[in-house]
Design a protein around this ligand. Structure first.
Ligand code: SF4
Length: 258
């Protein structure tokens, strides 16, 4: 696999384009990948390449690893901007996700009260009450919607379940004004299909959707590292500015990472 796996439960801190100094938490297998999507651009590779390890860390292992890292790091005067759940897959798929968030918030208050707690999620589990409640407790629930068209999402993000944008929008109702909408913009081709979520039709529909789901903030970005699908290309920052422009004019806070 040409992409990167995080071989630890806690990794970093790393400098994140979008989140500053970020201490990563990986609730997925340490030498594999576990996700309900299988995005063409996933930095962890395709799901099928990451099946050699399927063991997820126990809640006790996560607790010990997080507390050890946070206490050591902050003892040495390190400053963390955010504790970020990301790693080798979809963090909300961990069966103890809600409990893990609870103790993470406690540890944050104890060791790094200035740090935010962020979760990068594809939103596939937010229909579960305990997952939604946990995401509503963190500072930044960063939820992915890459297209306002199901067909494009299916080509680009390859959900491993029956994806429904209508259902996702319904599940997002409690998140209005509270979540960060995250969208990857790219162009390319995969298995004979053209993928382009930057066309006028795509962008117009994406803006309408963004206004409908009412995020607190929007993060748009493009490919930064090697991707498992080879024929994908970046979108320029100038183009992303144009994409986000009308929303920024309406007062939405938009972060663009190229
Ligand atoms: S949702 Fe995230 S972790 Fe899952 S395949 Fe897509 S980019 Fe990778």
């Amino acid at each position: 696999m040409s992409t990167i796996l995080f071989n630890q439960i806690i990794f970093g801190p790393v400098k994140s384009r979008r989140l500053g100094t970020s201490l990563g938490v990986n609730l997925s297998p340490q030498f594999g990948k576990l996700c309900s999507f299988d995005c063409l651009y996933c930095e962890c590779g395709f799901n099928e390449d990451g099946r050699k390890d399927s063991r997820i860390p126990t809640i006790e292992e996560v607790k010990l690893a997080l507390e050890t890292k946070l206490s050591d790091y902050t003892k040495n005067a390190g400053k963390i901007d955010t504790i970020t759940f990301s790693g080798n897959g979809e963090p909300t798929m961990h069966p103890k996700f809600a409990d893990i968030i609870d103790f993470t918030l406690e540890m944050r208050s104890k060791y790094a009260p200035e740090a935010k707690v962020s979760v990068l999620s594809n939103g596939s589990q937010i229909g579960k009450q305990n997952v939604a409640d946990a995401l509503l407790k963190v500072d930044n629930a960063i939820l992915k919607i890459d297209s306002a068209f199901e067909a494009t999402t299916i080509l680009m993000d390859r959900p491993q379940y029956k994806y429904s944008l209508a259902k996702l929008q319904e599940n997002l109702i409690p998140f209005k004004g509270k979540f960060v909408l995250q969208t990857m913009f790219l162009r390319g081709e995969f298995e004979g299909n053209i993928i382009d979520n930057t066309t006028k039709e795509e962008v117009d529909a994406w803006r309408v959707l963004a206004e409908k789901v009412q995020p607190r903030e929007i993060m748009i970005y493009t490919i930064d590292r090697d991707t498992p699908a080879k024929n994908l290309s970046k979108v320029s920052v100038a183009e992303m500015r144009q994409i986000a422009g009308p929303l920024m004019e309406k007062g939405y806070k938009v972060t663009i990472s190229g």
